[in-house]
Design a protein around this ligand. Sequence first.
Ligand code: XUL
Ligand code: CO
Length: 441
Amino acid sequence: MSLIPSVPSPIPYEGPASLNPLAFKFYDPTEMIDGRTLSEHLRFSIAYWHAFRGTGSDPFGPGTIVRPWESGSDPVSIAKKRMDAAFEFFEKIRAPFWCFHDRDIAPEGSSLAESNKHLDALVAHGGELQKATGVKLLWGTANLFSNPRYMCGAATNPDASIFAYAAAQVKKAMEATLELGGENYVFWGGREGYETLLNTNLKREQDHLAAFLHMAVDHAKAIGFRGQFLIEPKPKEPTKHQYDFDVASGIAFLRTYGLEGHFKFNIETNHATLAGHTFQHEIEVAAAAGMLGSIDANSGDPLLGWDTDQFNTDIRELTLAMVSILKAGGLGSGGLNFDAKLRRPSIDIEDLFYAHIGGMDAYALAFKIARKILADGTLDEFVRQRYASYDTGFGQRIEAGAIGFRELEEIALGAPEPQPASGRQEYLENLILSYTAPRHF
Ligand code: XUL
Ligand code: CO
């Protein structure tokens, strides 16, 4: 029996001219490109916590979104019915993947053992639904931030018994991810940071976080989990200062503690902008280190200074991100996970469809434009030319580490004064506009 009868069938692809709000305009999941379907290229995923646990609540008021399946007296039965609705949605929106936190899918019990029992029941249910629908798990994770026990952190908590509790929770969440065939496992350290240095031993907390991650690496080996571990950086919120501030500080942290071979990054657009970077910047920093893993697809609001987690239809931003992702060779086992939520007044189930249709269409269009930009080659060729002096002669020896200051001084003294070359930023911005501008006027 359908739990979402008002949207009776899967969302069709109707092409760019369609005005049907419940149709894709740019995302045809079956379109073949370079021997793979568009669905296989983009690997869209639905975030369970927003799509099926989001209520529209904010610090000033309770939830506004009421779903019919959220009724009953037994929380495990409600969780199963909710999951049935979620998989009906995944199928109708034609998303090949989903993602979850342990506590999104199963209610927390009155003890860790009871929570584990609930999780087992919902993982079994999820396994059946995955088999019936073909929807797969992009990644799993543990919620180490909502319960008050984690108010001072999980792996960075000053109390070792909280560290132990968090370890037990992640162990179980990793096992759930393995059981459901998850292709990645995410660590987002929302409360791994500090509110004030007055009560914080920063060095010990960072050492503890590293010890925790080493234990996760060891446990993955022990249970045969071969999925990719991903760090999801965020500078702040809920904690004032988070240790995984951005990709660059994450790389430094992983290298400091000998963890760099085991982790890549899950980059979230709104986290990038909260850190004072662009989305593309974070992608480029990860790609430069060979650590680009996956994307949490969303957007912030430039007028607001917090994590608004909105659906992103900014074609320019997504095109530039896609250019960098494609140049890096794609996301491998990662994907595009809509870590995005409805606005508080968007209370209808149709709103959930509109939101994801827009997000998927925007990424599909950006993917196609980025491919065109790369195929045309003008942008790449401009950048290549800009560094051409390093391709030969002493420039090449600089890159090879085969020359020093003394010889470079001789070269500089003997050569004519270097002539500056234009960076051509405005020309390049116009070039991007020529690709992203609508063409139907
Ligand atoms: C919070 C956030 C999380 C992670 C998973 O800002 O992005 O939902 O994606 O824990
Ligand atoms: Co996220």
